[in-house]
Design a protein around this ligand. Structure first.
Ligand SMILES: *Cc1c(COP(=O)(O)O)cnc(C)c1O
Length: 527
């Protein structure tokens, strides 16, 4: 690190952003946690980790030729490795501790999945490899598809969508294609409950529908009467999350589905919370037409960090003909890929494609490994344990935190709390920041929107009682500080590499260079 020695005085360090007066260091490092500038601050145009031979073959690019240096932040190879390794130590991940983000379902990623995904025949497979050479990979996609159809009780599936939101778009495009095939293009309204995840209305709008919001009841469920009153010849369908984002099972989904169908619409189910009911409820039995399955939520594949995810969509008989290509099918003992060239006979109404190729192979192998290692009985226990853990959190904290729906019975896989009872001027955000000081990634905050200052805690099934007790103790302690109006909570986190940010300011006026580093890359004052 470039330090201008002469400028540093220990007493200046008293204003350390972390507020611990008099114990700052010359380097800004704290014990073995290294203060890491941005790569643009430490890299230089003159340095590179790779030696290229001088390039003499010049093409005449005319006005397109570069006249100034490209200003890539070059570092040597070891400096590059260190930079990213240091940054990674400032990150928090599921392998470090409880990651209680509600709705996101941050599951442990079993190492067995990783081992299977790295096997040569899976890890090195290429999407353009000749079909006879990738029979095993196609068998994985096909077997996973069969499991997902069996677990959801649905007859068809599209495997290629790359995330939950992408799967939503796939399902809604199937609905649009089905309406067009029926000549019912006047059905332009999609009904979405107000507790829905933001991707639901965004998806419907992107697919050309207008959105109308359906209110929630005081018990945190969809207001069935309001929904049914709105059904009519302009309604294309509804998008309902079950279990919903308040952590409650929508008990009336079957009745809703029957009535939506009777009125000529379709039912999209947001399946992001399928992990709470997998092995126990088959959404197909509730009459839905389409549902995405976030493999990174229910089936333990990693969230991001290795490429796109996977959000396969199961479909009803009514929507199956419109499923996008490609489709993996069996012909005799062989697996075949149905694409545009060979779809005319078997899939003439396919609406198009969601992705260039077959989907995210690395996620398919991991998810199938998870399913096969648990088996049907194991998956049933997974959802049971997830619900048990969430109820343990709910009942352990309802004496300290306001739990708006706790009176209406047990929750599903996540516990919802609000900011009711906090001291004047103290908010959910303060509790989230305080949890960072306690060593936990905060829970989901300010979602769902149906309650004020929401805190949505999802422990998942693999947390031990000891781990949950430690998290509950930390959240209780921070919540008590918010209720008592403990002043230092307002400026938490105190122990993180960066203290509380002004998020509005950061978004509107981003400062992309560390203020303590001069343009020449020299640290000009103490940290
Ligand atoms: C996560 C989530 C989504 C979106 O899924 P992604 O895989 O993140 O695109 C949609 N709805 C709900 C309720 C979710 O929790």
């Amino acid at each position: 690190m470039n330090i201008n020695n002469s400028g540093w005085k220990p007493e200046l360090a008293a204003n350390d952003s972390n507020g611990d007066a008099g114990v700052a260091t010359f380097t800004g490092n704290r014990a073995l946690m290294l203060d890491e500038p941005l790569i643009f601050e430490i890299g230089s145009n003159a340095t590179t980790g790779v030696d290229f031979a001088a390039c003499d073959a010049r093409h005449d690019l005319g006005a397109l030729a570069r006249t100034a240096p490209i200003n890539l932040p070059g570092l040597s190879e070891p400096e590059t490795v260190r930079h990213y390794t240091r940054l990674s130590r400032q990150n928090y991940g599921i392998d470090l501790g409880v990651f209680p983000l509600g709705s996101c379902t941050m599951k442990h990623n079993p190492r067995l999945n990783e081992k299977i995904a790295r096997m040569k025949g899976f890890g090195d497979v290429h999407p353009l490899a000749p079909i006879p050479t990738i029979q095993g990979a196609l068998a994985v996609i096909h077997e996973l598809a069969e499991w997902l159809k069996a677990l959801t009780g649905m007859p068809a599936i599209a495997m290629s969508p790359k995330a939950g939101a992408h799967g939503e778009l796939c399902g809604i495009l199937c609905i649009r294609a089905a309406l067009e095939a029926r000549g019912e293009t006047a059905r332009t309204v999609m009904l979405v409950p107000e507790s829905a995840h933001g991707t639901n209305p965004a998806t419907a709008a992107f697919a050309g529908f207008s959105i109308e919001s359906i209110p929630a009841t005081a018990q945190g469920r969809v207001d069935v009467a309001a929904l049914e009153a709105r059904l009519g010849p302009d309604v294309a369908g509804v998008m309902i999350t079950n279990p919903n984002t308040c952590g409650l099972f929508e008990r009336d989904l079957k009745r809703i589905a029957d009535n939506v169908h009777a009125a000529g619409g379709y039912v999209y189910c947001d399946g992001a919370n399928f992990n709470a009911i997998v092995g126990r409820v088959r959404p197909g039995d509730l009459g839905i037409d389409a549902m995405h399955i976030n493999l990174h939520k229910t089936f333990s594949t990693p969230h991001g960090g290795g490429g796109p995810g996977a959000g396969p969509v199961v479909l009803s008989e009514a929507l199956a003909p419109f499923a996008p290509l490609p489709v993996v099918e069996t012909q005799g003992d062989d697996y075949v890929l149905i694409e545009e060239e060979n779809a005319a006979e078997s899939h003439p109404q396919a609406f198009g494609r969601m992705a260039a190729f077959q989907g995210q192979m690395g996620m398919f192998t991991r998810a199938l490994a998870y399913i096969l290692s648990h088996g049907a009985d194991g998956l049933c226990q997974v959802s049971g344990d997830a619900v048990l853990n969430a109820n343990y959190v709910l009942r352990s904290l309802e004496d300290t935190l306001d739990a708006p729906f706790a009176h209406s019975g047990p929750c599903m896989h996540e516990a919802l709390f609000t900011d009711v009872g906090f001291a004047e001027g103290f908010s959910t955000l303060d509790v989230a920041k305080g949890l960072i000081d306690e060593g936990f990634h905060p829970m989901t905050v300010y979602f769902p929107l149906v309650v004020h200052g929401a805190m949505l805690v999802e422990p998942t099934e693999t947390e031990s009682k000891a781990g949950l007790d430690q998290f509950i103790g930390a959240l209780r302690s921070v919540a008590e500080r918010a209720k008592a109006g403990y002043p230092t909570l307002k400026s938490a986190p105190h122990f993180a590499p960066r203290a509380r940010l002004d998020e509005t300011q950061a978004a509107r006026k981003p400062v992309l260079v560390h203020p303590l580093i001069s343009a020449a890359g020299k640290r000009i004052t103490s940290p």
